[in-house]
Design a protein around this ligand. Structure first.
Ligand code: ADE
Length: 309
């Protein structure tokens, strides 16, 4: 698959592209990345990419013309403005497909035919989650447009972008970090990129593993998949460090005990750090019993001021 990045800071990506798994994936031709300097598509002496916002207000806005030319150079023509949503007789906020259902995401993120998918990175975008990473990994060619300053002229979004993505509820100085996050999360799901094909499936948020119940060494995995839970903790040698020993079940070689311990840890960590994930997690009867027991001794997230906002 090929990513094209449109940015005013092409140098930002050099370290990112030259290290780790991505470097290997690029060398093996499993992934291609093109970095395109937006200023190369300007025509004035100062190579101006931004201008003041209509209506006044803080900051600057990325001008549409250089972006349109950069996209044209990548073979993307404007599509015609997006249809306005029809007037609905339903209550406000109701749609035939719930916005957060997987079906809604599949429909909206389906790869466009004969055209690269154009993604605008912005704090106003839909949340970038593992399901979106999986969908992006299935696409042939994706253009990532990095916003800067106050944002990008909205007509670019309307005329060219298939969707806007946000990597979290915070405001970055630009879309470059977000583009790197999207590429990293998607490329590791491309077949062949990770040495061990199974490993991305069993991380936090990985796919359900109902069909695979043991790993290569025969250590049983959960019967019910990570099912949207956080990952369990990992340990390596030495067996004792800083006065702490590796948990007993992991060293005694009893595969069923390892499975139970790991599952319990997944439930504990999810309850402590992301109790919201438990609402949609795939839980067995055994999980529910465990969770009830854990809840009695371990409260959900400690409510801090920042966790409420
Ligand atoms: N640009 C600024 N903030 C962003 C965010 N949270 N995600 C993606 N792009 C951004």
């Amino acid at each position: 698959m090929r990513f094209e990045i449109i940015t005013i800071f092409p140098g930002f990506f050099s370290g990112f592209l030259e290290n780790g798994i991505l470097r290997r994936a690029l060398a093996e031709g499993l992934v291609e990345v093109g970095v395109h300097d937006l200023r190369a598509f300007t025509h004035d002496r100062h190579r101006t990419v931004d201008d003041r916002p209509f209506g006044g207000g803080e900051g600057m806005v990325l001008k549409p013309q250089p972006i349109a030319e950069a996209l044209a150079a990548l073979g993307v023509e404007p599509r015609g403005p997006k249809a306005q949503p029809e007037e609905s007789t339903e209550c406000q906020g109701t749609t035939s497909v719930a916005p957060n259902s997987p079906l809604h995401e599949e429909r909206a993120l389906a790869p466009a035919q004969d055209r690269p998918t154009v993604i605008l990175l912005s704090a106003q975008g839909r949340p970038f989650i593992q399901a979106v990473a999986r969908q992006i990994a299935s696409m042939d060619r994706v253009i990532l447009l990095c916003g800067r300053y106050e944002g990008v002229d909205e007509r670019i979004n309307e005329l060219y972008c298939d969707f806007e993505l946000s990597i979290g509820d915070y405001v970055l100085s630009g879309g470059e970090l977000a583009a790197a996050v999207v590429i990293d999360a998607a490329m590791r799901l491309i077949p062949g990129v990770l040495g061990n094909e199974a490993s991305s499936e069993f991380e936090s948020f990985g796919a359900a593993d109902a069909a695979i119940t043991t790993d290569a060494e025969g250590v049983p995995r959960s019967q019910h998949g990570s099912g949207g839970l956080l990952d369990y903790p990992h340990y390596t040698r030495p067996a004792e460090f800083g006065g702490l020993k590796v948990p007993e079940p992991l060293v005694n070689g009893d595969h069923q005990a390892i499975r139970r311990w790991r599952r319990e840890q997944q439930l504990r960590k999810t309850l402590a750090n992301r109790p919201d994930l438990l609402e949609n997690a795939v839980l067995s009867k055994e999980d529910c019993k465990l969770l009830d027991a854990i809840r009695k001794i371990q409260p959900a997230c400690i409510d801090t001021e920042w966790s409420k906002s």
